[in-house]
Design a protein around this ligand. Structure first.
Ligand code: TPP
Length: 554
């Protein structure tokens, strides 16, 4: 507990059991300093730790017992690895003497999570604890952040040792974030950008991780270069910024994808050319020289060969780049974006956002939500069509306000992540989980956590009675053979009633706006089950295997 408090831990998401009882017993004496949140499933603890980390700006902590408790964390750990989210997981383990004997609730968790953590370690002696905890937090936070796991055998939890408060117990190897010898590369990047005709900035989660939002905007404004975001880059730049042209990738905007292939120089920063962004790699950005900046050296040249590859922290790089850039504007090039935007607006956006008849659309729910919250809420989206619709239509104005499972695409993420996001957010923003009916049922038990903690998390179920995104693929690529994607759902309102959570069901357009008002005004948690059009498809779409400029608008 002392080692954790030393690292600034004030919140733990966890679930107890036999092999972690001594730690839980110690936690009992630290109730005034550490708020333990009893989740209802360990997967929920890992996702809550992720959500917490995203809003609190420091590692989230998840704790579980050995065996099934530990293995239940694995999906969340893998998710955090994919999306570079610092979390520290602590698991109990059978006693040292029993290791390897197939003891009760023994699972080789260190072996299991080795490929999906930045670092993991098994503590078998109590006196290792202070140093290993310090090291775990350092590794989770530093460089490209990610998950770490500490497994502690039960004997080490019982042993006594002398904790020396004067002992430093720190782990701080002297490494600078950005290698100092970068000047040449930064100059070369500036030269490319200064002379480009159709330059383009594409950015990802790295901007928010290095808190480089202002620097990014300064670089774009001075150079006049349009920019577009990956799914996890969303909200780093306010959507109202004139140089911000939208989202990239499979369900991104029409212009941002089409014009990727017309760019002559691409500054790719804090993003990793995920396949959902690039489409068919061999046809991605064929005319562009790429300047790729990433804190993780392993990302450089991994998917796209870069003309200039820069291993650096995004903020430091942008700070160095700014003075070397020439003031320019690219009016002509920007007009090309406007042209595609107009087409998208006419064919997709306008009809979805302002339907005149028929069932409620997901898009209009997000539009009205966005208007009512002025784009200033934290949106925690699950995985599926609703995730893409929320990404496309919420008008993000503040950094760190779109939280979703990007790399792993983990259904069941949003409800527990919203719990963590609400607890980590010191700015006291509205935290609104936007969830599909399928995803909601993957971690529905976390309603219990929300109830017990009295957390004012708002939940919107965009209920289409389908595993919508899979149905969309079946509609488009499998001749509408709807194989096991229809869902008979329970009455979500009755379930919310059971948890004592205020709730409403909305089926008609005329009731939508007032219901959203009531949800937003409510002091406590609130669940809004909204029946939306059953068979809607999210467009534009880059079909898998197609190049980004083969994006389909309908
Ligand atoms: C754990 C997990 N299992 C399966 C999938 C595959 N998958 C991706 S989207 C999706 C459908 C999601 O349905 P729902 O939550 O109702 O959202 P909708 O697409 O209808 O908005 C499925 C099954 C996944 N991403 N994660």
């Amino acid at each position: 507990m002392r080692a954790l408090v030393r690292e600034g831990v004030d919140t733990i998401f966890g679930y107890p059991g036999g092999a972690i009882m001594p730690i839980y017993d110690a936690l009992y004496d630290y109730k005034d300093r550490i708020r333990h949140v009893l989740v209802r499933h360990e997967q929920g603890a890992a996702h809550a730790a992720e959500g917490y980390s995203r809003t609190a700006g420091k590692p989230g902590v998840a704790m579980a017992t050995s065996g099934p408790g530990a293995t239940n964390l694995v999906t969340g750990i893998t998710d955090a690895m994919s999306d570079s989210i610092p979390i520290v997981c602590i698991t109990g383990q059978v006693t040292l003497a029993a290791l390897g004997t197939d003891a009760f609730q023994e699972a080789p968790i260190v072996g299991i999570v080795t490929p999906v953590t930045k670092w993991c370690y098994q503590i078998t002696r109590a006196d290792e604890i202070p140093y290993i905890v310090a090291k775990a937090f350092h590794i989770a936070k530093s460089g490209r952040p990610g998950p770490v796991l500490i497994d502690i055998t039960k004997n080490a939890q019982f042993e006594l040792f002398e904790y020396d408060p004067d002992e430093t117990y720190t782990f701080s190897p002297r490494i600078s974030k950005t290698p100092p010898s970068l000047d040449h590369e930064v100059e070369a990047a500036a030269e490319l950008l200064n002379t480009a005709k159709t330059p383009y900035i594409v950015f990802g989660h790295g901007i928010s991780i290095s808190k480089a939002e202002k620097e990014l905007i300064a670089v774009a404004e001075k150079s006049g270069i349009p920019m577009a975001s990956t799914l996890l880059g969303l909200s780093s730049v306010p959507v109202s910024h004139p140089l911000y042209r939208g989202m990239l990738g499979m369900h991104g905007n029409y212009s941002t994808n089409k014009l990727t292939n017309k760019a002559d120089v691409i500054l790719a920063i804090g993003m990793r050319f995920d396949d959902r962004v690039t489409g068919k790699v061999s046809g991605y950005a064929p005319n562009a020289k790429i300047v790729h900046v990433d804190i993780d050296r392993a990302e450089l040249h991994k998917v796209m060969k870069a003309e200039i590859a820069i291993h650096a922290d995004a903020k430091e790089f942008l700070q160095r780049l700014l003075p070397l850039l020439k003031k320019r504007d690219h009016t002509q090039w920007m007009r090309e974006f406007d042209g595609f935007d107009a087409e998208e607006k006419k064919i997709v956006t306008q009809p979805e956002l302002y339907p005149k008849s028929g069932k409620i659309t997901m898009a209009e729910v997000i539009r009205i939500l966005s208007e009512k919250t002025k784009g200033e809420a934290v949106i925690v989206a699950d995985v599926g069509q609703h995730q893409m619709v929320a990404a496309r239509y919420y008008g993000f104005q503040k950094p760190d306000s779109y939280i979703t499972s990007g790399g792993l695409g983990t259904m069941g993420f949003a409800l527990p992540a919203a719990v963590g996001a609400k607890m980590g957010d010191r700015k006291k923003r509205d935290v609104i989980a936007v969830i599909g009916d399928g995803s909601f049922q993957m971690n529905i038990q976390e309603l219990g956590t929300i109830m017990q903690e009295k957390l004012p998390v708002k939940i919107i179920i965009l209920n289409n009675h389908f595993l919508g995104m899979v149905r969309q693929w079946q509609a488009l690529f499998f001749e509408e053979r709807y194989s096991f994607v229809h869902m008979d759902n329970p009455d979500f309102n009755k379930i919310a009633d059971g948890y004592g959570i205020r709730n409403e069901l909305v089926k008609e357009r005329k009731d939508l706006s007032k219901a959203l008002d009531r949800m937003l005004k409510a002091k406590g948690p609130y669940l809004l089950d909204i029946y939306v059009k059953k068979e809607e498809n999210v467009f534009p779409m880059v079909p898998s295997g197609a190049t980004v400029d083969e994006i389909r608008i309908k």
